[in-house]
Design a protein around this ligand. Structure first.
Ligand SMILES: *Cc1c(COP(=O)(O)O)cnc(C)c1O
Length: 386
């Protein structure tokens, strides 16, 4: 992992200008409203709500501080922070799309994102999913006259395939289609989709960016014009505003993001070395194993610690028994925290859905945390015994 020096400074620097005192840990502006010295000032602020600090459903200085940092990390003009990743994702769809539009989803996309698109069919939005596109031609062929958005996740959910962002952005630009990527796996430190020509980046900040399993948040980064459209058409009216304390926890998480990522990459690569030699482990899914080395190097500065593997010829019972034997790896959804977690794709009743999605029944996803790698490997070894 070779992180950009400016990025590390962006994460770790002391906030300047907040109250003029430059405290190392910035204040939490725990206030719903801001008062004005005279009525003209209040009226002027209301006329420019996106840039004015009036009411914390719109703008709050602790929240703005996170937005400034995330915008710079993604090399975007502006950012809006939300009360969850899904808050950010829904605001992008509601803020940028109209009835009659079609969204093309490409890759293994986060399940609730697809569920949201299904719900929005009631409002005249249609969509298709190209789960495993066979090259850029397959994506081009799936575009319809009414396609207004191409939505990708790369590396994708559960199996972490990489897509060629430069090629997809070029294709979409030529057709006037907005491109959106869920960049949560890589974080802005490992991949910067806007520099590949993408228009909009969304993140859940509940995973690596927050990093301590103590807060739920999300973000959208794009041009100032698109963020303004999302602000007025979705953010301010939907009301999925993040509280100042949660925004502050994201700032706290950002400070250690570079060292946490470096640590989980080192441990994940050791865990992968162990798993690939284990007789009960079939396919392994992590971008470090992708043979397309040019594609990987063009997109990623390193690898995060979320990976999956196939327990050979395993159904629900074998998957469950293996998970139940884990001790250090805890059983939970989510990922990207300080603690190692494990989860299966199999939920006991969804074998058919897994087959349709092209996922092996024995798929187990692990999020490698900050515990010593030897300890994690020992835990996996005892859980994988027959
Ligand atoms: C968790 C997750 C989300 C949703 O984020 P929340 O903060 O839980 O709403 C979106 N995308 C990906 C890839 C995720 O893993």
């Amino acid at each position: 992992m070779e992180l950009d020096c400016d990025d590390v400074l962006e994460c770790t620097s002391v906030s300047d200008g907040l109250g003029g005192l430059n405290p190392a840990a910035p204040p939490i502006y725990q206030t719903s409203i801001f008062t004005f010295p005279d009525y003209d000032a209040l009226v002027a602020a209301l006329a420019d709500e996106n840039r004015s600090t009036i009411y914390s459903r719109g703008r709050n200085p602790t929240v703005t501080e996170v937005e400034r940092r995330l915008a710079r990390l993604e090399r975007g003009e502006d950012c809006k922070l939300f009360a969850s990743g899904m808050g950010a994702i829904s605001a992008v769809m509601l803020g940028l799309l109209e009835a009659g539009n079609h969204v093309l989803f490409v890759g293994q996309v986060y399940g609730p994102t697809l569920q949201l698109a299904q719900h929005l069919a009631r409002f005249g939005l249609s969509h298709d999913l190209l789960r495993q596109p066979a090259g850029i031609e397959a994506i081009a062929a799936a575009i319809r006259p009414e396609t207004r958005m191409i939505w990708v996740e790369s590396p994708g959910t559960m199996t972490f395939e990489l897509l060629d962002l430069d090629a997809i952005a070029a294709l979409a630009k030529a057709r006037g289609i907005t491109t959106v990527i869920d960049n949560s796996w890589a974080t802005p430190l490992l991949q910067k989709p806007l520099t590949h020509g993408f228009d909009v980046v969304v993140h859940t900040c509940s995973k690596y960016i927050g990093g301590h399993s103590d807060t739920v948040a999300g973000a959208v980064i794009s041009t100032a014009a698109r963020i303004e459209q999302i602000f007025y058409r979705a953010f301010l009216l939907n009301g999925a505003a993040i509280g100042p304390l949660d925004a502050w926890l994201i700032l706290r998480g950002l400070r250690t993001l570079p060292v946490r990522l470096a640590q989980v990459e080192a441990s994940a690569l050791q865990v992968i070395d162990f798993l690939r030699q284990h007789p009960r482990v079939g396919r392994l899914f992590h971008p470090s194993l992708d043979p397309r080395t040019e594609l990987v190097a063009r997109h990623l500065r390193g690898f995060s610690g979320l990976l999956s593997f196939e327990l050979r010829s395993a159904g629900y019972a074998e998957v469950r028994d293996m998970l139940n034997r884990l001790k250090t790896f805890r059983l939970a959804i989510s990922w990207g925290g300080f603690e190692s977690l494990a989860l299966a794709a199999h939920r006991g009743n969804n074998a058919e859905a897994l087959h349709q999605a092209g996922l092996p029944e024995g798929l187990i996803r692990i999020s490698v945390g900050l515990e010593p790698a030897d300890h994690l490997i020992a835990d996996l070894r005892q859980a994988l015994r027959n």
